[in-house]
Design a protein around this ligand. Sequence first.
Ligand code: IFM
Length: 440
Amino acid sequence: MHNAVRFPDSFLWGAATSAYQIEGSPLADGAGPSIWQRFTHSPGLTANGETGDTACDHYRRWESDIAVMRELGLNAYRFSISWSRVLPNGTGTVNERGLDFYRRLVDGLLAVGIAPNVTLYHWDLPAALDDRGGWLNRDIADWFADYARVMFRALGDRVPMWATLNEPWVVTDGGYLHGVLAPGHRNLYEAPIATHNLMRAHGTAVQVYRAEAKRAIGLVVNLEPKYAASQRDEDVVATRLADAYMNRQYLDAACLGSYPDEMREIFGDAWPEWPAADMAVIKQPLDFIGVNYYTRDFVRNSGYTLAGLVGDAEAERDHRQQRGKLNDLGWEVYPEGLAQFLREYSRYKIPILITENGIPTQRDDDRWVFLFMHLWQVARAIADGVDCVGYLHWSLIDNFEWADGYKARFGLIEVDFETQERRIRPSAWRYAEIIRRNEL
Ligand code: IFM
């Protein structure tokens, strides 16, 4: 028996998804293709050649999916907008039928008391914009701002919380440096440019938000504590670099207006001097920081030298020294890291929303233990004074895990991808009970 721990009354309890991972029907009703449509339809790039063509068929089953959220008592739901459903060419004419899908979804959520939490960019860039250079083209900050304006005007009065980007680190590292995610580039010189344009797009969209709508907007990052694999000097240095590269690169830029000094150490000549005017655009007041937390990492020198950065991602992962229980994707389960990071990242003095936290596993008991242990860490951090405003589990539903396809089961809701039948997992019922009581 433990003493019950209560969460703040206004605490957001929910779950998260993203458009390409669950919607299916990627080209329906006038939508344009995204880079993920192209990536998954290029041979050999995803597990078993799997695609998001059907995914969870949420585009057609959204009403029953909301009904399940209601049954579980969620009071918040994080999802993303597919940019190319709304603007098939990325810019220009709005596709009202695509936008209508999100209008219906938002209204449906509000009707049952679930607060929509909308992410504008969760990796599915319109292919038409990739043809114009994608995140490597400076103009993308304006393209993104125009798209954001369309969304704020359509839904700004009804959506209380927005995020600009999901995990810009993954967009750059997976998409432009290691080539394992769309658009599949492997280029040391492109990575800093993609990073910087992502951050310019973020800052520009926040400026638009302040002009168009007045609730809350933030940035979602994935954080992973980095520990030295040994006390050898080179491992300690590599750990500092790894931390700067993954954890501080984006938040320092957004919150402090500067990238960590380590970026030049990591990228050398490939890291340009950025104009001060750009940094001023990137640094905008934020209403919350969204933190996605899954695991920790042990760093050896070879993993974060330049060679390691441009090397094969799998090989890099082999350098990691995992010490605890591993999930189905081989990531260590390390709940303590969540409280540690919540405390550390309070230094920006911005409220934190846990926008993702979850476990890919076929064993639902493991999911329950994972969920409980991480919530325990959230409660500890709140007791220590961290302003953590909510917890959104990844994921609401089993879905398309990018290059890993459908084998990773992250869902509170199980999906039979043959029949599209849904089943609420026991861990989800236990989560529902925590939500109902607002305590652990
Ligand atoms: O599925 C992803 C999600 O799209 C972004 N954050 C991590 C999740 C699990 O890998």
